[in-house]
Ligand binder design. Structure first.
Ligand code: ADP
Ligand code: ASP
Ligand code: MG
Length: 402
């Protein structure tokens, strides 16, 4: 039986915790499992390295950032291997390159294209526990790349898929996937099971417990993820294809994304093609636009609003200010917003779910500024200061604590 385990930043956040992980890995080994263990950098380490770079430059070169950031994961991989060796186990640490992880060339946000598994397979056959530095790979020119924040989850899922592992266990500081972030609502309940689609919505909408690209890949490759805690023996949450029992649950989770900003364009020339030009321009700058609202036109102009990740707001401002001249009357930007989302596959077959969300927020005097829906989610933009309150009241309204 081959298991891929991934330990996140908190789980390897100190030398004692790395020792704790080593004991858990050793135990799984003693149960007779073959193991590939993916590790994150120690918690806070990646942020610290980014700050160091920003000390010298507002816009550091992304190639150099990848060399810098990939170092954090190498440290933990090596330390874990050393700890295991000291416990009498045959462990070997590998960088992304050594593990055969090939990516495209988009520095700091690379996509995995292929995993050449020969080297890892050979080590497993030799009876070794393979420890892989997460979050990194190399491109076709041998340059180091990283996979975007939270990217060790993606390394683990991709390895589990390529090696056809029996399971991919992702360990963090919570016992699994909860109905909402337990830090915001302590009454949140752990779910036994959640579908890929629901998890993908939750993680894309702000629940950072799993990186959204990793969930997307797990779905594509059919990798079953088990989200667990490295500090307990709880069986965790299984993330897999949906089954009928899941449809019976109308709302399975609530997510809060505080890293959003709103762009409001006033008096936009109302002519065919203008929206295409604006959003093409943003797409060219690789800005991820989410909710879009256009008002009915008046006097030949209209208002156009949309949200972007806060980290992309500056670039959005630049893109808008260049090139549209008279065609846009003015622009306002607001970072003090957040997005609250309700997710559940059961929404497909139930009605009145959205109305309940709107009235719950109304009862709490929370104004909804934007709304978007899909088959399995409802997202609402509200004032940032009410984000947590909205999560808690919605959690209660849908009886997720029951
Ligand atoms: P790691 O560093 O191990 O990758 P993360 O910090 O990325 O772990 O993810 C775990 C955190 O995700 C938890 O501490 C929790 O606060 C947060 N979180 C947000 N939404 C959820 C949710 N629905 N269920 C569980 N945890 C959640
Ligand atoms: N260390 C990286 C980050 O903080 C990758 C990860 O932890 O998954 O984003
Ligand atoms: Mg994470």
């Amino acid at each position: 039986m081959l298991i891929v385990q991934k330990y996140g930043g908190t789980s390897v956040g100190s030398l004692e915790r790395i020792e704790n992980v080593a004991r858990r890995v050793a135990q799984a080994r003693e149960e007779g499992k073959d193991l590939v263990v993916v590790v994150s950098a120690m918690s806070g380490e990646t942020n610290k390295l980014i700050e160091y770079a920003h000390h010298f430059s507002k816009n550091p070169s992304r190639r150099e950032m990848d060399i810098l950031l990939s170092s954090g994961e190498r440290v933990t991989a090596a330390l874990l291997a050393i700890a295991l060796q000291e416990m009498g186990h045959d462990a070997i640490a590998m960088t992304g390159r050594q593990a055969g992880i090939r990516t495209d060339s988009t520095h700091t946000y690379a996509r995995i294209e292929e995993i050449r598994t020969d080297a890892i397979k050979q080590r497993i056959e030799e009876g070794k526990i393979v420890i892989v530095a997460g979050f990194q790979g190399i491109n076709e020119h041998g340059e180091v790349t990283t996979l975007g924040r939270g990217g060790s989850d993606l390394s683990a899922v991709a390895l589990a898929g390529a090696l056809k592992a029996d399971a991919c266990e992702i360990y963090s500081d919570v016992e699994g996937i909860y109905t909402t972030d337990p830090r915001i609502e302590p009454r949140a309940k752990k779910l036994e099971h959640i579908s890929y689609d629901e998890m993908l919505e939750l993680s894309s909408l702000g629940a950072k417990v799993l990186q959204n690209r990793s969930v997307e890949l797990a779905k594509k490759m059919g990798v079953t993820i088990i989200a667990r805690s490295s500090f307990s023996d709880d069986p965790g949450t299984i993330i897999s294809e949906e089954d009928e029992s899941m449809e019976a649950v109308v709302v399975s989770g609530i997510a809060l994304d505080k890293n959003q900003a709103r762009v409001s364009l006033r008096e936009v020339a109302d002519r065919p093609g203008i929206a295409a030009e604006i959003f093409n321009k943003l797409a060219e700058e690789q800005i991820n636009v989410d909710m879009i609202i256009q008002n009915a036109s008046k006097d030949g102009t209209t208002n156009l609003g949309f949200t972007v990740p806060q980290s992309e707001l500056e670039r959005a401002k630049e893109a808008i200010s260049q090139g549209f001249g008279e065609e846009i009357g003015g622009a306002d930007y607001d970072e003090n917003i957040c997005k609250v989302s309700i997710v559940g596959v059961g929404m497909k077959s139930h009605s009145g779910i959205a109305a309940k969300a709107f009235s719950t927020l109304a009862e709490n005097n929370i104004n909804i500024e934007m709304i978007s829906t899909s088959e399995i989610k409802i997202s609402m933009v509200i004032d940032e200061k009410y984000g947590e309150l909205a999560v808690r009241t919605l959690h209660e309204a849908y009886e997720l604590d029951k």
